[in-house]
Design a protein around this ligand. Structure first.
Ligand SMILES: NC(=O)c1ccc[n+]([C@@H]2O[C@H](COP(=O)([O-])OP(=O)(O)OC[C@H]3O[C@@H](n4cnc5c(N)ncnc54)[C@H](OP(=O)(O)O)[C@@H]3O)[C@@H](O)[C@H]2O)c1
Length: 323
């Protein structure tokens, strides 16, 4: 049924489907007064998400590694909408010092924070360690976002309680979370080079994105914080993400072209989860084509989510203790 919906664009229970664009899903929504941070908002799905949220009136802060690209993205958004409110911040998610500096720069602006979109990512890169000595896909896609979220969560809680507006955190995961290592997350071998698989390491990092969202959601519910946390698969979209496997992905697209989306469609699920009123109160869920969807067994395992939480904090402690 989901495959038929994906190919035909037939709407699901939310009234939206794979063919829905970010503009369509946010039509009539007033996001003015909301402040959004989006990582990797200078290109691909992140840029379209930024453009559309700014179009609906949100103050969008693009946190990007490449400041030239971020300023160009800001300019592109202004060209189509002179009233847009967009700012940029430097962020390299693979370096925890940079993550801390980014969070500090944001907090120094003394702005509220309603929505955090953990969008940036890399896919299928050859084995490499981050500056902090962590396997690069895990470091960038999971650990950097885990740390950034930790550093911003108190600001989000304050904003939600001062304004009465529900805060929302969205983690960009992927259907690729289904294709991870045998044990799900390799807690004992995250850096192991000999058994490294570029595809499974990506799947592992995207499984971590869902587990992170679920465990944070559980903790925030327990505290009674007015913040939801969800994860999304945006669909298959040809973007710079494919740069490490361009020929393979082009070949895959030839074989599976019916399953691919364009960028405006790719940004729809993120925008739906970030600002749609029907999402109110929904937390700890996984969304695909703007509809809730069951994630893998690993992704729904609360013990694995708790273990990843503790493991991620342990990694942070270890790295941050280094001189
Ligand atoms: N496209 C798809 O088919 C697809 C499918 C499933 C999930 N996703 C997920 O969707 C998200 C957006 O991907 P996309 O397709 O829009 O790809 P994209 O155009 O390559 O965007 C990814 C963004 O992440 C940024 N980034 C990478 N490493 C970073 C780092 N260390 N620090 C800060 N920013 C960093 C990139 O910046 P640079 O330009 O500096 O590298 C880029 O702006 C990713 O999380 C991806 O895993 C995409």
């Amino acid at each position: 049924m989901a495959i038929i919906r994906l190919i035909t664009g037939w709407p699901g229970p939310s009234g939206f489907g794979s063919a829905t664009t970010a503009e369509q899903v946010t039509a009539g929504i007033d996001a003015s007064g909301l402040t959004v941070i989006i990582t990797g908002g200078a290109s691909g799905i992140g840029l379209e998400t930024s453009r559309v949220l700014a179009l609906r009136g949100a103050h969008v802060i693009i946190a990007a590694r490449n400041m030239k690209a971020a300023n160009e993205a800001k300019q592109t958004i202004y060209e189509s909408n002179e009233n847009a409110k967009v700012d940029v911040l430097q962020l390299d998610l693979s370096c925890l010092k940079s993550v801390k500096a980014c969070a500090d720069s944001f907090l120094a602006l003394n702005l509220p924070l309603n929505i955090l979109i953990n969008n940036a990512g890399i896919m299928f890169c050859p084995y490499q360690l981050s500056q902090d000595g962590i396997e690069m896909q895990f470091a960038t896609n999971h650990l950097g976002h885990f740390y950034l979220t930790n550093l911003l969560i108190e600001k989000m809680k304050d904003t939600a309680s001062n304004t009465g507006i529900e805060g929302r955190i969205i983690n960009l995961s992927s259907i690729a979370h289904l294709r991870t290592y045998e044990e799900g997350i390799r807690f004992d071998a995250v850096n192991d080079e000999t058994s490294y698989s570029d595809k499974k390491a990506y799947g592992q990092s995207k499984l971590a994105s869902i587990l992170h969202a679920n465990e944070l959601s559980r903790r925030l519910k327990e505290e009674g914080a007015n913040i939801t946390v969800n994860s999304v698969h945006p669909g298959l979209i040809m973007t710079n993400l494919m740069k490490y496997s361009l020929n393979f992905m082009r070949f895959m697209k030839l074989l599976t072209f019916l399953f691919w989306k364009n960028v405006p469609q790719g940004a729809a699920t993120t925008c739906y989860v970030a600002v749609h009123p029907d999402m109110k109160g929904l937390s700890g869920k996984y969304f695909l084509d703007c509809n809730e969807w069951p994630a893998s067994d690993f992704a729904r395992d609360p013990k694995m989510a708790k273990k990843l939480w503790d493991y991620s904090n342990h990694l942070l402690d270890t790295v941050l203790r280094q001189p």
